[in-house]
Write a protein that binds this ligand. Structure first.
Ligand code: SER
Length: 889
C-alpha cells in the first residue's frame, strides 16, 4: 500500500528532480495576506511572486502545504464527519513556476507523476480544460490523453482566482474515475457532484491579474500554480473512495476508538471521523501559534475544539480525550511537520485545558437543549435566544448547537441568535461609556467590540501584513493619516509586541502594500481596550495611510532581538537569585528594554560581592548551556504546581503561558526535577539561551524598603561594558606597570602607604603647630588666675585641633586654651579647659565668644573641650579678646 507519507515524498522528490526547490509549508496563519484567515492553498505563500512584486533565489518550487478551511470564506466545518471528502485540515501538494516553465512543461510533469511515479491507470483518468484553452487541450493530447477524455468547461470552475483580486488564470484539472460502484457523472455533466469522478489535481496557468474595479491585466510573466489534495490521491491509491479510510486518518480514527474504548466503525463512526479531522486542524493551529479565544482565529480554533469535544463526549468519555490522541498524530505527521514535535506539550496542554473546562458546562448545556427540544413542536427550529443562552452561559459555539440539531433534523433561528448577540454587545458598550472612562479609552473598547482582539503574530514572526481597521488622532477616529502626521493605527493582526509585563513595545515600520514607497514609522506599541487592541503609535513619513488598506509590517529586528535577550536573561537572573539568596526572592518589577534590563526583587539586604559574582556566573553558565526556550499553556494552578514563578500580585486569566529554559545539571533542586527556570510570562524570548550571548551585572542597589534592584546588560552591550572595564584595568596596569593580580596588590599597597602618610602628615602638622609655627606662636597669660594660651594656626585642619588642644592642656597642667585655625576660606575654632578649672570657666563659652567675634554662629561641646566654625580669620585678635573677656568675667 502506498501510504500518505510515501505519496508526499514521491511528489516532492519528483519535482525536486525536475529542478524545484522543496520549500517548507508556510504557517497556517498567513503572514503575507491580512485578508485571509488561514492558508487554504499552496500558492498563498507565493502570492507576490506571481505578480512580480517579490523575487526569490528560485524560480521553481514544490511544497506540501498545511491548509485549514474553517471560518472565513471557505468553511467546510459543518460537513466534516458526515461526508467522504470534507476536512477542516488537509494537505495540498503543489509545484510552482514563477515565470519559468508554463503549460508545455507543467502538463507532462503532472501526467508523468500521476501515471508513472504514482502508477495510476491512465484509463481511469480524464481532464478538463477551460473552453477557450486550445493549447492545454493540444498538450494533453500530445501526452496521450484521448480527445474524449479532454472535457472543455466554460464555467469559472476552470478559471481559478485566488480571491476578488490577485493573480489568476485558466486551469486544467485531472479527475479520477472511482468506477461505476459509485453514483456520479463526469465533470460538466448534471451528475458531476456525485462521488464517482473525483478531482485530484488542479493546474492553474497564472497569466492574469484581477483588480478591484473588475479589470484584468495580462501578467508580465506566465507562471504555474498547482494543487493536489494528498488525501484524495491516497484514497484512490489505497482503493477507497473515502478520505477517512486512508492510512493516516484511519490511524487517528483508531486512536480515537482506543481512547474511548469504542468501535471505530460502530455507531460512533461519525464521532471518530470528526475527532480525527479536528485533531489535525486544532493541533496544527496551536503549533502555529493560535490559542483558543473568543475572537477571530482563536475563536475558530475554539469552535473546532469544542465541536470535537462534544463528539468525544457523545462516545461516553468521562475524561478529556483529545490530548491523548496527540501522540498518534505526532507519530503520523511529525516527520513531515517537525513543528508538531516542538509544540507537542503545548498542544496537549491546550487541548486538555479546553476540554476539562468545557466538560463542566457541556453536560448541563446539552440537558438544557434536550429539555428545550422536548417542549418545541416537532421539527420546529430552536429559538435564537436559546442558542444564545447556550453560547453565553454554556460556551456552545453556534455551530456546535447546529451540529447537535443536525443529528435531530432541526435547525436554529440564526436571526434571533444574531440579535441577542448584538443586544449583549450594545449593553457592554453602554457599560463602558457609563463608567466614567475618558473618551480615548472608550474608543479602544469600541474598537475591541467592533473588531475583536488583534491577532498577535509576533511570537513566531517579525514581519507580516495587516489590514488597517482604525486610525486614531487626538483621541478621535480619522479616515487617514497624511505624511507628517502622528497618531495610532490598529490592524487586524500584527507582529508588533504591545508593551506589557515589563517588556517595552516594539518599534519598526509599516509600508503600504499598494505603494511600498509610502512609509510610516512605528515608534511604540501599546495594548489598549483591556489589552485586546494593539495600538501602533506611528509617524507617517511618506504617503497617506487610510482605513481599510493593507500594509506590510516590519518590526525593528535588531531592537527586538536585544529585547528578547534581555527578557530571557531576566528569567535566568530571577532563578539564579532564588538559588543564591533563597526562596523569598520574588519579582517586584522589571524592565526589558533593548539597551538594558532591570529586575526588582524582595530581599532585605545588599548582596555581597561574592553573591553578585555567583549570580552573574550562574546566569552565564545557563546561557552557555544553550538549551531551547520552551513555551506551554496551562491553568495558573497547574503552572504553580510544577513550580512556575508567578509575578507577585499579578492577575492571571484562565490560561497562562509558561516559559521554561535551562536544564539543571546533576541533582539540582528544580521544582520539576529538570527545568532550571519556569515562569508565567507573555513576553517574547530567544529561541535558545545561547542567543543571549553574555550577561553582565552592572549595578545592585536598594529600590525601596526590602526591595533590591539589579541592572544588567546582555549581548553586545554586555561585551561593550566588559570591554570598557577591561580597558580601564589596562590603563591602571599601565600606570602601575604591573599586570592582573600584581596590579591589585600594588593598589592595596599604595592605599596602605597613603593611609600611613596621611597619619604622618597630620602628626607633623601638629608637631609644627606645637613648636610655634607656621602662624603666630602661642602666647600664655594669666587672666583672673587662669593660665590662658591662645594661638592662631595655618596649615592645619579642623580635625587636627582637638589633639592640639589636648597637647596644650597637658603642657599647661592647669588652664584654658583657644586655637584658631585658618583652613583657607573657613576658620576652625577649638577651646579646652583643664578639668580642675571647668567649674570656673567652660570651653563652650570660650568657643561661642570666639566664634561670634569671628563672624560665625554657635559652637559647642563639653566644658573641657568645645569646637566651632566661622568665616573671617582676619578678626582672630577680636576672638582672642572675646575669649579673654569670658575668662575675665
Ligand atoms: N491554487 C489552486 C487551488 O487552490 C492550485 O493550487 O486549487
Amino acid at each position: 500500500m502506498t501510504s500518505l507519507n510515501d505519496i508526499r515524498s514521491t511528489f516532492l522528490g519528483y519535482f525536486e528532480k525536475q529542478g524545484h526547490r522543496v520549500v517548507p509549508s508556510s504557517p497556517l496563519v498567513p503572514r503575507n495576506d491580512p485578508t485571509l484567515m488561514f492558508a487554504n492553498s499552496g500558492m498563498v505563500q507565493f502570492k507576490n511572486l506571481f505578480t512580480g512584486v517579490e523575487t526569490r533565489d528560485y524560480k521553481r518550487a514544490t511544497t506540501a502545504q498545511k491548509c485549514v478551511r474553517a471560518g472565513g470564506k471557505h468553511n467546510d466545518l459543518d460537513n466534516v464527519g458526515y461526508t467522504a471528502r470534507h476536512h477542516t485540515f488537509f494537505e495540498m501538494m503543489g509545484n510552482f513556476s514563477f515565470g519559468d516553465y508554463f503549460k508545455t512543461e507543467a502538463i507532462p510533469f503532472a501526467w508523468n507523476l500521476v501515471t508513472r511515479e504514482l502508477g495510476i491507470d491512465p484509463k481511469r483518468l480524464l481532464v478538463t480544460v477551460y473552453h477557450t484553452d486550445d493549447e492545454a487541450a493540444r498538450i494533453w493530447k500530445s501526452v496521450g490523453v484521448p480527445d474524449d477524455r479532454i472535457i472543455r468547461i466554460a464555467t469559472n470552475d476552470n478559471f481559478w482566482m485566488m480571491g476578488p483580486t490577485g493573480p489568476c488564470g485558466p486551469c486544467t484539472e485531472i479527475f479520477f474515475d472511482h468506477g461505476d460502484r459509485y453514483w456520479g457523472g463526469p465533470p460538466g455533466s448534471p451528475e458531476e457532484d456525485g462521488d464517482r469522478f473525483v478531482e485530484i489535481w488542479n493546474l492553474v496557468f497564472m497569466q492574469n491579474e484581477q483588480f478591484e474595479d473588475g479589470s484584468m491585466r495580462a501578467l508580465d510573466m506566465q507562471s504555474i500554480d498547482t494543487g493536489m489534495g494528498i488525501e484524495r490521491v491516497a484514497a484512490l491509491l489505497q482503493g477507497t473512495n473515502d478520505n477517512y479510510g486512508t492510512d493516516l486518518i484511519r490511524a487517528l480514527i483508531e486512536a480515537s476508538a482506543d481512547a474511548t474504548s469504542s468501535d471505530p466503525d460502530g455507531p460512533g463512526k461519525t464521532h471518530h471521523r470528526v475527532i480525527a479531522d479536528h485533531l489535525r486542524s486544532t493541533s496544527f493551529l496551536i503549533a502555529d501559534g493560535v490559542m483558543p479565544s473568543n475572537d477571530g482565529r482563536g475563536y475558530v480554533l475554539r469552535r473546532i475544539m469544542r465541536r470535537a469535544m462534544r463528539h468525544a463526549h457523545m462516545l461516553g468519555s468521562k475524561d478529556p480525550v483529545m490530548h491523548r490522541l496527540v501522540p498518534a498524530l505526532v507519530r503520523q505527521m511529525g516527520a513531515a511537520y517537525p513543528e508538531l514535535h516542538r509544540a507537542q506539550a503545548l498542544i496537549e496542554e491546550t487541548l486538555k485545558l479546553e476540554e476539562t473546562r468545557f466538560k463542566t458546562t457541556l453536560d448541563r448545556g446539552l440537558k438544557l437543549l434536550d429539555d428545550e427540544l422536548v417542549r418545541l413542536p416537532d421539527g420546529a427550529a430552536l429559538p435564537g435566544e436559546t442558542a444564545f443562552k447556550l453560547y453565553d452561559t454554556y460556551g456552545f459555539p453556534l455551530d456546535l448547537t447546529q451540529d447537535v440539531l443536525r443529528e435531530r433534523q432541526r435547525t436554529v433561528e440564526t436571526a434571533g441568535f444574531d440579535s441577542a448577540m448584538a443586544e449583549q454587545k450594545a449593553k457592554a458598550r453602554a457599560a463602558w461609556s457609563g463608567s466614567g472612562e475618558s473618551a480615548d479609552l472608550a474608543i479602544w473598547y469600541e474598537l475591541a467590540d467592533q473588531h475583536g482582539a488583534t491577532d498577535f503574530l509576533g511570537y513566531d514572526t517579525e514581519t507580516a501584513e495587516g489590514q488597517m481597521l482604525a486610525l486614531i488622532k487626538d483621541g478621535a477616529s480619522v479616515d487617514a493619516l497624511e505624511a507628517g502626521e502622528s497618531g495610532w493605527i490598529v490592524m487586524n493582526q500584527t507582529p508588533f509586541y504591545g508593551e506589557s509585563g515589563g517588556q517595552v513595545g516594539d518599534t519598526g515600520w509599516l509600508r503600504r502594500l499598494d505603494d511600498e514607497h509610502d512609509l510610516a514609522e512605528v515608534t511604540d506599541t501599546q495594548k489598549m481596550g483591556g489589552g485586546k487592541v494593539f495600538a501602533h503609535a506611528v509617524c507617517v513619513k511618506r504617503g497617506r495611510f487610510a482605513r481599510g488598506e493593507a500594509v506590510a509590517q516590519e518590526v525593528d529586528h535588531s531592537r527586538r532581538g536585544k529585547i528578547r535577550a534581555n527578557h530571557s536573561a531576566t528569567h535566568l537572573l530571577h532563578e539564579a537569585l532564588r538559588r543564591a539568596l533563597g526562596n523569598h526572592v520574588a519579582q517586584r518589577g522589571s524592565l526589558n528594554a533593548p539597551d538594558r534590563l532591570r529586575f526588582d526583587f524582595s530581599h532585605a539586604k545588599a548582596l555581597t560581592p561574592a553573591e553578585i559574582a555567583q549570580v552573574e556566573a550562574e546566569v552565564n553558565d545557563y546561557i552557555r548551556q544553550n538549551s531551547p526556550v520552551d513555551t506551554r499553556i496551562m491553568t495558573p494552578d497547574d503552572a504553580r504546581s510544577i513550580g512556575a514563578q508567578a509575578l507577585f500580585g499579578e492577575k492571571y486569566g484562565d490560561e497562562v503561558r509558561v516559559v521554561s529554559m535551562g536544564t539543571l545539571s546533576g541533582s539540582g533542586k528544580g521544582a520539576d526535577g529538570k527545568t532550571y527556570s519556569l515562569e508565567l510570562c507573555g513576553g517574547t524570548h530567544v529561541r535558545q539561551t545561547g542567543d543571549i550571548g553574555t550577561f553582565a551585572l552592572t549595578s545592585e542597589s536598594a529600590s525601596s524598603a526590602g526591595v533590591r534592584r539589579i541592572e544588567a546588560l546582555t549581548g553586545q552591550a554586555a561585551m561593550d561594558e566588559l570591554r570598557g572595564r577591561d580597558h580601564a584595568l589596562s590603563r591602571i596596569e599601565g600606570l602601575l606597570k604591573a599586570n592582573g593580580a600584581e596590579a591589585v596588590s600594588r593598589v592595596a599597597a599604595l592605599l596602605d602607604e597613603r593611609r600611613k602618610l596621611d597619619n604622618e602628615v597630620a602628626q607633623l602638622r601638629r608637631d609644627l603647630a606645637m613648636s610655634g609655627g607656621p602662624g603666630e606662636g602661642p602666647q600664655t597669660r594669666e587672666i583672673n588666675g587662669v593660665s590662658f594660651v591662645a594661638q592662631v594656626l595655618t596649615g592645619v585642619q579642623g580635625k587636627d585641633l582637638p589633639p592640639l588642644v589636648d597637647d596644650h592642656k597637658a603642657r599647661l597642667g592647669s588652664g584654658a586654651v583657644l586655637l584658631i585655625a585658618d583652613t583657607g576660606g573657613k576658620v576652625a575654632v577649638a577651646a579646652g579647659v583643664t578639668a580642675d578649672m571647668t567649674d570656673r570657666v567652660s570651653a563652650v563659652d570660650i568657643v561661642k565668644a570666639a566664634v561670634a567675634a569671628l563672624g560665625g554662629k554657635g559652637g559647642g561641646g563639653r566644658p573641657d573641650m568645645a569646637q566651632g566654625g566661622a568665616k573671617d580669620a582676619d578678626r582672630a585678635d577680636d576672638a582672642i579678646e572675646a575669649a579673654e573677656a569670658v575668662l575675665g568675667g
